[in-house]
Design a protein around this ligand. Structure first.
Ligand SMILES: Nc1ncnc2c1ncn2[C@@H]1O[C@H](COP(=O)(O)OP(=O)(O)OP(=O)(O)O)[C@@H](O)[C@H]1O
Length: 242
């Protein structure tokens, strides 16, 4: 493995075409250690497809994905996850009839973590789910279930977390709590986050950098304040009132 890159994650000229549809067409982006990059853009701009490309769920038409100096472009989802590239799967990964701690520990065990009990306890404590350890997942509130999704993505201490609309369906308070946990994670656990999210308050509130997509391409990228002020972004996405 080469350690020459300053980036934990690097996508270079990534493209995914579906026949004639250029869902993503030449996107490059990076993540530094502990950085949160927000990814925004109108519906159909290609945000979810970029996440699928990085995690290995979709095969690249063109380009390269590098994780901590290793080219993972030809690897599958599981292999990338083992190397520290994780994504949250929203509620689909939760087993309703299993206690919270048990399923986090099982997920950790499946990852090959030696001390999966300790791993599960650390994740649950970090996300303030430790009080709910013995509660059945189906009996959790919606916001807590979303935190459990995040917990499952955090077993094995990944270095990169890709989140596709983690705030969807949450109340303002629940979104605020989840955003707080994400921000804390990046500094305490050195996790880097790629965040696709429609809640602009969250994106501009917690991202270190923001990238704006339109029609499968990046139209702006930089610090939140600069991106928010970019006339092209305001016109394309945020609206003149942003
Ligand atoms: N399996 C597929 N086959 C053909 N076209 C697809 C496929 N998946 C996505 N697309 C197209 O690729 C483009 C990008 O879609 P994508 O879901 O990545 O956008 P998005 O920015 O995540 O949108 P949203 O904010 O609505 O989730 C869209 O035009 C979409 O219709």
């Amino acid at each position: 493995m080469s350690n020459s890159s300053p980036y934990v994650l690097q996508a270079d000229d990534v493209a995914i075409h579906y026949g004639g549809v250029k869902a993503v067409d030449g996107v490059s982006l990076t993540l530094e250690k502990g950085q949160i990059r927000g990814l925004i853009g109108p519906n159909g701009a290609g945000k979810s497809t970029v996440i699928d490309a990085i995690t290995g769920r979709r095969r690249l038409t063109r380009g390269k994905v590098t994780l901590r100096g290793t080219d993972v472009s030809e690897m599958g989802v599981v292999e990338r996850r083992m190397l520290g590239l994780s994504r949250s799967f929203q509620r689909t990964s939760i087993f309703g009839g299993m206690p919270v701690r048990k399923q986090v520990e099982l997920a950790s065990h499946k990852m090959g973590v030696q001390d999966s009990a300790a791993d599960a306890d650390a994740v649950l404590k970090e996300l303030e789910l430790d009080r709910m350890a013995h509660v059945m997942a189906e009996d959790l509130g919606y916001g807590e279930q979303r935190r459990l999704d995040l917990a499952l993505a955090l077993v094995g201490r990944p270095s990169v977390l890709l989140l596709d609309e983690p705030m969807a369906g949450l109340s303002v308070k629940e979104s605020h709590d989840l955003a707080h946990h994400l921000k804390a994670l990046t500094s305490r656990w050195d996790v880097s986050v790629l965040l696709v999210e429609h809640d602009m308050d969250v994106v501009f509130g917690i991202s270190d950098v923001v990238t704006v997509f339109e029609l499968g391409r990046v139209i702006a990228s930089g610090e939140p304040a600069a991106v928010r002020a970019d006339p092209r972004v305001r016109e394309a996405y945020l609206g003149s009132a942003a």
